[in-house]
Design a protein around this ligand. Structure first.
Ligand SMILES: [Zn+2]
Length: 232
């Protein structure tokens, strides 16, 4: 990933990126978390400051989501990728997580349980607000107005094209933010998909007149749109 230094207000780094907590010790948290990526990890990964509670709470859900996706992809394709093998290994060590993904049937035929909507949305909130902070230098402590997600394969061509489209940035973000720097540099009011890792993770941040939104694709399998409507 290209590294662009942000010149926006550095005070954001003194609060938890997700709950604005500043009273406890903050720890570094990767966006996206490494559990969603393959080794070798990309250079210049984005890091935000998070409080212990947020960091811990998210990492449990992140593992769950990353592993669920790997099992689902295997069920769909039958291909045993390195990531899938790693997932099985991790789930052998973590029986309680395995039960949440594959049910109680430990020795018989595996049955993939439906993905937990709340856990997925919790992680989509984290990823999206982290991406906005990185691109727009604008923390999102409030929960998103809505989160829409689904399976990429289930989109028809028209909806897929709409999802993939790169919207114009209609409302300018914080001065000094990475998006402003890019706009100044290239004079274009859009910011393409950021491919964090090919076929593994990509996202896009944009702002329309009344909203800021993030599109995310996990393993080219799950797509999501996370939207914050602006207060009027
Ligand atoms: Zn926090």
């Amino acid at each position: 990933m290209i590294q662009i230094k942000s010149y926006a207000d550095p005070r954001h780094n003194q609060y938890c990126a997700f709950c604005a907590n500043f009273k406890t010790k903050l720890t570094k948290d990767h966006i996206p978390s490494k559990v969603f990526l393959n080794k070798p990890y990309p250079e210049n990964m984005h890091i935000v400051q998070a409080c212990h509670n947020c960091n811990n709470g998210f990492s449990i859900d992140e593992e769950y989501i990353a592993y669920w996706i790997e099992i689902a992809i295997f069920k769909e394709t039958g291909v045993e990728t390195e990531r899938y093998k790693k997932t099985l290994k991790a789930l052998r060590r973590n029986i309680s997580l395995r039960k949440k993904i594959l049910g109680n049937n430990l020795f018989g035929k595996d049955e993939l349980l439906p993905i937990d909507d709340n856990r997925l949305k919790n992680i989509l909130f984290k990823l999206a607000s982290g991406h906005i902070l990185f691109r727009y230098s604008n923390p999102q402590y409030k929960k998103p107005t809505y989160i829409k997600w689904g399976f990429l394969l289930s989109l028809n061509r028209r909806d897929r094209n709409k999802f993939e489209s790169i919207p114009k940035i209609e409302v300018l973000p914080e001065s000094g933010s990475r998006t402003i720097i890019m706009i100044d540099k290239f004079g274009q009011y859009y910011y393409p998909w950021e491919i964090v890792q090919d076929d593994v993770y990509r996202y896009l941040v944009a702002s329309a007149e009344n909203s800021t939104f993030v599109k995310i694709v996990l393993s080219e399998f799950i797509y999501a749109e996370v939207i914050w409507l602006r207060d009027t």
